[in-house]
Design a protein around this ligand. Structure first.
Ligand code: S3P
Length: 166
């Protein structure tokens, strides 16, 4: 079994679906944002506010590239992780990537309600720009699964079935 990296915009369900996939595959699960918060002892939104995005991106790469992947895991990345060549390169060498492809309208509705993420991601115009700027990166993932309002367990089952075939 290979490591599975879940990719996609904020609000697509990387963490919830990732946990469900890990349960079905009986393997470990890691949420990159959670690891960053633990390491920094600070919420993501505060890291952005107090230290700025470049600092966050540096830590993000450091935490990603030092994850314990000795046993196969499902890893939920952050929405911006798979847009940096250094992170894409790492993911490619460590396992397979899967893009959770969710319609923009749905993401927008979900992101507006997020209090735990940086403000710029909750601005509807910035969010749309960022969405289209990131799509080409997300589309470089090894696999893509469409998600909408389907229950996370259903999406997880589809992913596991897909991975069994390969
Ligand atoms: C970010 C998404 C967040 C988190 C940080 C930056 C982004 O992750 O890494 O707030 O740039 O899209 P989620 O997609 O897990 O919310």
């Amino acid at each position: 079994m290979k490591n599975l990296f879940l990719i996609g915009f904020m609000g697509c369900g990387k963490t919830t679906v990732g946990r469900a996939v890990a349960t079905l595959r009986a393997c470990g699960f890691v949420d990159l944002d959670e690891q960053i918060e633990t390491r920094e002892k600070m919420e993501i939104s505060r890291i952005f506010e107090e230290r700025g995005e470049p600092y966050f991106r540096e830590i993000e790469t450091r935490v990603l590239t030092t994850l314990d992947l000795a046993t196969p895991k499902v890893v939920a990345l952050g929405g911006g992780t798979f847009t940096f060549p250094r992170n894409i390169e790492f993911v490619r060498t460590q396992g397979v990537s899967l893009f959770l492809d969710c319609p923009l309208e749905l993401l927008r509705a979900r992101c507006e309600a997020f209090q735990h993420r940086p403000l710029f991601l909750r601005d509807p115009v910035r969010l749309t720009d960022l969405f289209y700027a990131r799509l080409p990166f997300y589309r470089c993932a090894d696999y893509r699964v469409e998600v909408s309002n389907a229950p996370p367990e259903d999406v997880a089952r589809r992913i596991v079935t897909l991975l069994e075939k390969i």
